[in-house]
Design a protein around this ligand. Structure first.
Ligand code: PHE
Length: 340
């Protein structure tokens, strides 16, 4: 019985060795029969428990099969080694390696990180809000009248929804209200983020862009504070002394409202083609937060004062890196992107 079993192992293993096609396969076969838990190993270990007569028959056979398997493995190994086509396997170590391209941050991300660094150093928090925004937060809460032209199809991407009206947010200002609902003054926060306008694109207009909002609220926050912080920010951002100029303007959610300019970063305000000779560059919108907006956020009327501003990150990146077409940012042209 046992002898037959051993013979069975022999024919089975030798057949497998013959058919094996790689050293790895050969190794696995060897382990299967001769390894610590191999089937032949088990038999060999058990010999001592057999009666002397049985052991006398099975012992030599088992040991012989063990030698046979080992030898067959060795021979097969040699055979396999001889089959290797060394011409094919040759490696030319002098060939230059294939380069892995390393990624890097997009210029808009770089600018956003710069801004965040400067403002957090001044004690501002950073907040975030949804890109798909309700009509209420994007317009109504910000004091936009029902028939305000910004709600128009021309400016806004409307999102179909049966229950409530949703838009792709047209600015980061709705996060002012979201933040104030959750936080009580005094507060200082910036809100960078992606916004959308239903825009015919050209060198200075994009349908998808980034804005960055700032909001400071307290008991006696004034336009003076606003001017100081803006000047401080731009001086750090452009690493040179920057001046700011305010012009009267209108936004439903600020009163008074203004647009603000900084002196041209190319000519320092003397007048050059970049600023069309005027010495000033238009930056964005700003103003003192309307008491109506405070009321919507749940603050008592006429208790607090604050300012807010918002402007486009793309425009800032264009100024900093002297880029002349806003469409380059999302155009996917690697020749542009790899310069950063
Ligand atoms: N949200 C305005 C815009 O997108 C800019 C702005 C922000 C104006 C904050 C005033 C205060 O044009």
């Amino acid at each position: 019985m046992l002898k037959q079993k051993i013979e069975g192992i022999k024919s089975e293993s030798l057949e497998k060795i013959k058919k094996s096609a790689s050293e790895r396969e050969l190794y696995d076969i060897k382990v299967k029969y001769l390894g610590r838990n191999g089937s032949l190993t088990k038999i060999l270990k058990n010999l001592k428990n057999l009666s002397p007569e049985k052991r006398r028959v099975a012992g030599p056979v088992a040991n012989q099969v063990r030698r046979d398997i080992k030898e067959a493995c060795q021979n097969k190994k040699k055979e396999l080694a001889e089959q290797v086509d060394w011409e094919k396997e040759k490696i030319d170590v002098t060939l230059p390696g294939r380069k892995t391209e390393t990624g890097h941050l997009h210029p808009i991300t770089l600018v956003q990180r710069d801004i965040e660094k400067i403002f957090t150093s001044m004690g501002f928090k950073i907040a975030d809000g949804p890109e798909i925004e309700s009509d209420w937060y994007n317009f109504t809460a910000l004091n936009f009248p029902q028939d305000h032209p910004a709600r128009d199809m021309q400016d806004t991407f409307w999102v179909k929804n049966n229950k409530e009206k949703f838009v792709l947010r047209t600015h980061t200002s709705p996060v002012q209200v979201r933040f104030m609902k959750e936080n009580k003054p005094p507060l200082k926060v910036i809100i960078p983020g992606r916004v959308f306008r239903n825009e015919a694109t050209d060198a200075t207009h994009e349908h998808t862009l980034h804005q960055f909002e700032a909001l400071v609220v307290g008991d006696d926050v004034s336009v003076g504070h606003f001017k100081y912080i803006v000047q401080e920010f731009f001086t750090q951002f452009f690493s040179k002394e920057t001046k700011i100029r305010l012009r009267p303007c209108y936004f439903p959610f600020t009163e008074p409202s203004f647009e603000f300019d900084i002196n041209c970063t190319v000519c320092n305000g003397k007048g050059c083609p970049s600023c069309k000779g005027g010495g000033w560059l238009e930056i964005g919108g700003a103003g003192m937060v309307s008491q109506n907006v405070f009321a919507v956020a749940g603050y008592p009327k006429n208790k607090y004062q604050g300012f807010a501003w918002g402007f486009g990150l793309e425009r800032l990146a264009m100024m900093k890196y002297k880029i002349n077409d806003i469409r380059l940012f999302h155009g996917g042209d690697l020749r542009f992107i790899q310069q950063f």
